[in-house]
Design a protein around this ligand. Structure first.
Ligand code: SF4
Length: 294
C-alpha cells in the first residue's frame, strides 16, 4: 500500500474573520502559528513548500511514496475562483502530489467554488471547520457563521460527490458533556464522510485565554482518562460509517495557556480509546439511532 504524507501549505490566504469582512479579532481560540510547521510559509511558492516539506519529513526518517498538499492555514477557499484554480493547480502539478486537502469555513464556499473543487483530479478532501453544532457557542467564540451555514455547505459539497469532512472542538466555553453527546445526532445527519475531533486547547495570547482566566468554571477541560471516556461516549453515538480522522490535537506545549494534558501521541490516544471500548464491550455506532440525551 502507498504511504501518503500530508504536507501543510500556507498559500497566503486570510479569513473573513480577520480581514475586517466579518471582524478583525478572529475566533477567540485561534492562533494559526501554533499549527505551522517550519517549512510552510506564505513567502515561499507552493512548489517550494512541497519540496521543503518532503525534505523536512525525510530528514526525520519519515518516508512516503507521495503526498497530499494540505491547504490548512486560514481559509483556503477565500478568494476568487481564478486564484483558487491557480493555487490548487500549482500544488497538483508537483510530481509527488497525489491530491489535496482543502481546509475552509462553511460560509466561504459557493456553488462555483465547489464546482471547481469537484472537477480537480486526484484525491481531494474538503474539510470544513464547523467546531460546534450550537449557534450560541459559535457566537460566543466569534465564529461569524451559524450551524445552518455548515449544513448548507456540507450538503452542497456532498451533492457534488466531494469527499467532505469536518472539524469539531470538544469543550468550547459553555458547552457541557451532555451538549457534546447531543451534537452526535446533528453530526450524524450531515452527509459527511469523516470528522476530526479534538480537545479544546487554550492558547496563550488568545481572547479565550483571557476568558478562561475570568471564568474557568465555564470550561469542561477533562483530564486524559476523562477525555478518553468522553471520546468513547461520542463514538458510540456516531454513525458507524463515519471516518474518524483525528481524536486529539497536540500543539507544541509552548503555545498552551492551560494544559490539563498535552503531548499524548495520536497512536496512544487510539490505544487508550480502543482499550476503553473493549472494556465496555462497545464500538463506534453502538448507540447510533438509539436517541440522545438533551
Ligand atoms: S479559526 Fe479559521 S476562521 Fe477563525 S479566525 Fe482562525 S483562521 Fe479565521
Amino acid at each position: 500500500m502507498e504511504r501518503i504524507q500530508r504536507l501543510v501549505i500556507d498559500a497566503g490566504f486570510t479569513c473573513p474573520n480577520r480581514d475586517g469582512t466579518l471582524g478583525r479579532g478572529g475566533c477567540t481560540f485561534c492562533d494559526n502559528a501554533a499549527f505551522h510547521p517550519a517549512y510552510s510559509h506564505p513567502g515561499k511558492s507552493i512548489r517550494e513548500q512541497i519540496d521543503d516539506g518532503i525534505a523536512f519529513h525525510r530528514a526525520r526518517g519519515r518516508k512516503a511514496d507521495g503526498c497530499l498538499a494540505y491547504f490548512q492555514s486560514f481559509t483556503n477557499t477565500y478568494g476568487p475562483v481564478s486564484r483558487l484554480r491557480e493555487l490548487y493547480g500549482e500544488a497538483l502539478s508537483h510530481p509527488a502530489v497525489r491530491g489535496l486537502v482543502i481546509g475552509t469555513r462553511p460560509d466561504c464556499v459557493d456553488e462555483e467554488k465547489l464546482d471547481l473543487i469537484a472537477s480537480l483530479p486526484g484525491k481531494v478532501i474538503l474539510e470544513f471547520g464547523i467546531e460546534s453544532c450550537y449557534d450560541r457557542t459559535l457566537e460566543r467564540v466569534n465564529r461569524g457563521h451559524t450551524f445552518e451555514d455548515a449544513r448548507r455547505a456540507v450538503r452542497l459539497s456532498a451533492e457534488r460527490e466531494i469527499d467532505t469532512r469536518a472539524h469539531f472542538i470538544l469543550g468550547l466555553p459553555g458547552e457541557t458533556r451532555e451538549m457534546l453527546l447531543g451534537e452526535c445526532g446533528m453530526i450524524n445527519e450531515l452527509p459527511l464522510t469523516g470528522i476530526k475531533l479534538h480537545q479544546l486547547q487554550i492558547l496563550k495570547g488568545t481572547p479565550m485565554a483571557l476568558e478562561y482566566e475570568k471564568h474557568p468554571e465555564e470550561f469542561l477541560l477533562p483530564d486524559l482518562p476523562d477525555y478518553i471516556e468522553l471520546l468513547a461516549d461520542l463514538l458510540e453515538r456516531l454513525r458507524p460509517d463515519l471516518r474518524i480522522d483525528r481524536l486529539a490535537a497536540a500543539v507544541p506545549p509552548r503555545f498552551l495557556a492551560v494544559s490539563p494534558w498535552s503531548g499524548a501521541r495520536p497512536d496512544r490516544i487510539r490505544t487508550l480509546l480502543d482499550a476503553c471500548l473493549a472494556r465496555r464491550g462497545s464500538r463506534q455506532g453502538r448507540l447510533f439511532g438509539a436517541g440522545y440525551p438533551l
